[in-house]
Design a protein. Structure first.
Length: 92
């Protein structure tokens, strides 16, 4: 969408479901500013501006984000509780 803003520095963040969740930005990243422990995106507006497409939680387009294949291995022989599927959970 389009928003009319006065010239200056503006902070923003992408969120979903009425702030049920929001992106976790890295402090010190080139597109962020951290104030009082809160890290937001920042944009300096001086004229009509179309912001670049970025990947959620990142300063760059998703095509520019490096991705790597990781193989997790676990030996479940010592587990005595019944289970059907071992799982790996994380922020990935």
């Amino acid at each position: 969408g389009t928003k009319t803003l006065a010239a200056g520095s503006w902070q923003y963040k992408f969120a979903y479901d009425a702030w049920t969740g929001s992106e976790n930005l890295i402090p010190g990243a080139p597109c962020t500013v951290t104030i009082d422990g809160f890290t937001n995106r920042i944009s300096n507006i001086s004229s009509d501006t179309v912001l670049p497409v970025v990947c959620y939680g990142s300063c760059v387009d998703c095509e520019d984000v490096a991705v790597y294949d990781i193989t997790f291995q676990v030996n479940m022989n010592e587990v005595t509780d019944p289970y059907t599927t071992p799982e790996v959970n994380g922020t990935f």
